[in-house]
Design a binder for this molecule. Structure first.
Ligand code: C2E
Ligand code: MG
Ligand code: MG
Length: 685
């Protein structure tokens, strides 16, 4: 076969090929693929010296050797010179073949590498980009294949993990991973993590690693996929250490009270938010205590601020001691604290409140100065009183305020009527003044009955207000409001006159009965209070013994000498004095001894639980026994059941008042009831 006869075979080939005569080194046959690659028509291409296609010395030397009979094949990448002078990258293979015996030719096959080179260059660019990207991130990055062999890691990775420069990374990853495991505090946990990833190659995970060096790293790991096949895994590590340190510093500054080191309102808010979310799922309850130091302002003003600061630090430490670890104590203002009790019910809150009262009642000692502080506490419960912190604090504050009004040094649970909102306060204040102008207030009279023989001992005048728009408004709602606005003075004056008028009417009808009138603190403090009482009694010509004033403990606590003088003046008038709601305030019985008082009224709160409640039994029993020792009469309030009455009678309590006999009644109805009581009429005594 001659080279010319090979034409159809060469044309049939997909590759670029030609035949070269070893003696002349000329092309003796070729296909169009090669001719086109070089940039010629096939006819022009044949017969060309093969060296015209060469561009590299290697090819020149090869063909020289061929001519000298020294070489018979070559396979390598080289450059092919084209007609336009451009050399293109190719792979070429030259082999000696025999078309017929003793007649060798050289078959040249050429593969165009331009596409491949382009792809390689693009890949190289991509890789460079990727490397730059990996190096430019602040995270440490490690890329491994599915078997764990290291494919890539950046400098930050080396730095974070302190990878030794001579560590062998080409051993399939074993040495590197052993190094990493040795760096973490929980080595076993680290290995488990690797195992679990090996078992589940598609897993994505984020967690935090603590290194022995003290660093804290966030680890994110993702599978690396290519054409939806997992081909490896990428780990990225972020150093949280500094961020956490900085965060801690910021937190300390932003979340604590500088003086006491206690959490501040902001931190409290966050803790409560977490607890609220949990409580919504678990149904847990909790309590908010608003604690206000009682005599702090005095201490601060008289002994100086640095002294006051010491007192605050000491007070906060004492309160803190009464709380559990899970509770939060926070200082919200000068001498105001909030204790947030996790998972506490009313019972638990009460125990804590009592403990705090007890701790703060103990004498303080700062710089050899001994003094007493005490505190008032309002308690609000989640969820009954409010479903967010602000509302709960407001309620607890309101309750605390009531404690202050009632003489401090105690605690109180929030009750909804404490919190008539501002709008309705304004509205109600207005309505109250109108009611006074329009004469809408009335007095009802509730009998006080001797426990011994059921005789009528007296009546308590209770104010009633029936408003066209607001309906029947309870004095428990509007009296505190009137106390706040000062309108109580007007109301109190009216009550006094009306009660005296009624008492006089009964006196003149030969039906004399002692009428008790509630006096609020503000009213009592009016400079003309004693004169008004005197004027009312004398002006009307009422037997002063038929008037009794019910005072709250808070009145007695304030400004003792002035109070004492007033009480003596009232007593000298011949009116009698009683302490109302005894037990809810601050006073001790010994304290009461100083005052010209003849009667104690035990608050309904302690009577309610009789006879079952052990605590109530103890309080009521002790009060009655000590009152007897001080020669004071005792009236139990709010007696609703025969069992309560019988129990009180057993304790030799003088009298009771309550629905068991009658609620407060209009004068006429009271007169009907009275006709049926033993004795019919009662004389002052
Ligand atoms: P208070 O002086 O302790 O009066 C007793 C309260 O207990 C009255 O409530 C009375 O109706 C209620 N009560 C009596 N027996 C029972 C009972 O068996 N069960 C129950 N659940 N309650 C009973 P009221 O009339 O709503 O008065 C509430 C408070 O408002 C009084 O408590 C008093 O502090 C004040 N208040 C009433 N009238 C006047 C007033 O004319 N002037 C002043 N300053 N305050 C008044
Ligand atoms: Mg009363
Ligand atoms: Mg009372």
């Amino acid at each position: 076969m001659t080279p010319a006869e090979c034409g159809p075979v060469l044309d049939a080939m997909i590759e670029a090929v030609c035949l070269v005569d070893p003696k002349t080194l000329r092309i003796v046959g070729a296909n169009q693929v090669l001719a086109s690659l070089v940039g010629l028509e096939l006819a022009d291409f044949v017969n060309k010296p093969v060296v015209e296609l060469t561009n590299a010395p290697e090819d020149l030397f090869f063909w020289e050797d061929v001519a000298a009979g020294l070489a018979d094949h070559i396979l390598s990448e080289t450059r092919l010179r084209c007609m336009d002078g451009v050399a293109i990258p190719v792979e070429r293979k030259v082999s000696r073949v025999w078309l017929s015996p003793g007649n060798p030719v050289f078959l040249v096959g050429v593969r165009d590498l331009r596409q491949q080179r382009l792809a390689e260059e693009q890949l190289e660019d991509r890789m460079a980009e990727l490397r730059a990207t990996l190096e430019s991130t602040g995270d440490g990055i490690l890329v491994v294949d599915t078997a764990g062999a290291v494919r890539h890691c950046n400098r930050r990775f080396v730095e974070l993990w302190n990878v030794p420069p001579d560590l062998n990374m080409d051993d399939g990853g074993a040495v590197l991973f052993a190094h990493l495991a040795s760096c973490v505090q929980d080595e076993a946990g680290y290995r488990e993590h690797l195992d679990s990833i090996a078992n589940d190659p598609e897993v994505e995970r984020t967690d935090v690693l603590l290194l022995r060096s003290g660093r804290m790293l966030e680890r994110v790991t993702l599978p690396q996929t290519s054409r939806s096949r997992v081909v490896g895994r990428v780990y990225s590590f972020r150093d949280l250490t500094e961020r956490l340190d900085a965060q801690k510093r910021i937190e300390t500054l932003a979340y604590t009270d500088v003086l006491t080191g206690l959490p501040n309102r902001l931190l409290l808010g966050q803790r409560v938010a977490v607890a609220l979310r949990a409580a919504q799922r678990s149904g847990a309850t909790f309590a908010v205590l608003f604690i206000d130091l009682d005599r702090f302002k005095n201490i601060n003003d008289s002994l100086g601020h640095s002294f006051g600061d010491q007192a605050l630090i000491e007070a906060s430490a004492r309160i803190q001691q009464t709380l559990r670890e899970v509770d939060t104590l926070c200082r919200v203002g000068g001498d105001e604290f909030i204790a947030f009790l996790q998972e506490a019910d009313a019972f638990g809150a009460e125990i804590v409140a009592r403990r705090i009262l007890d701790k703060l009642a103990q004498p303080f000692m700062v710089d050899t100065v001994s003094f007493s502080l005490g505190c008032s506490i309002g308690v609000a419960m989640y969820p009954e009183d409010g479903r967010n912190l602000d509302t709960l604090i407001q309620c607890a504050d309101t309750a605390m305020f009531r404690v202050k009004e009632r003489g401090r040094g105690n605690f109180r649970f929030y009750q909804p009527q404490m919190n008539v909102d501002l709008l309705s306060r304004v509205k109600m204040d207005h309505a109250m003044r109108q009611a006074m102008d329009q004469g809408l207030f009335r007095l009802h009279y509730q009998p006080q009955i001797a426990l011994g023989d059921g005789r009528l001992l007296g009546v308590e005048a209770l104010i009633r207000w029936s408003d066209a728009e607001l309906g029947n408004v309870s004095p428990a709602t509007f009296i505190p409001l009137a106390e706040e606005s000062g309108f109580i003075v007007t109301i109190g004056n009216w009550v006094m006159e009306e009660a005296v008028r009624q008492a006089l009417a009964w006196q003149e009808a030969g039906q004399s009965v002692v009428v008790s009138v509630n006096v609020s603190a503000l009213q009592f403090q009016q400079s003309d209070f004693v004169e008004r009482v005197a004027a009312a009694v004398h002006g009307a010509g009422l037997n002063p013994a038929l008037l009794e004033l019910e005072l709250t403990e808070s009145i007695l606590i304030r400004d003792v000498s002035e109070t004492l003088a007033r009480l003596h003046a009232l007593s000298a008038l011949g009116v009698s004095l009683a302490i109302d709601d005894f037990g809810t305030g601050y006073s001790s019985l010994a304290y009461l001894k100083k005052f010209p008082i003849s009667k104690l009224k035990i608050d309904r709160a302690f009577v309610m639980g009789l006879p079952e409640d052990e605590g109530d039994r103890a309080i009521v029993g002790a009060t009655i026994a000590m009152a007897r020792a001080l020669k004071l009469a005792v009236v139990a309030e709010g007696v609703e059941t025969a069992a309560q009455r019988d129990y009180l009678q057993g304790l030799q309590c003088e009298a009771f008042q309550g629905f068991l006999c009658a609620p407060g009644l209009p004068a006429a109805e009271f007169e009907c009831l009275r006709a049926h009581l033993p004795g019919g009429t009662a004389q002052p005594g």
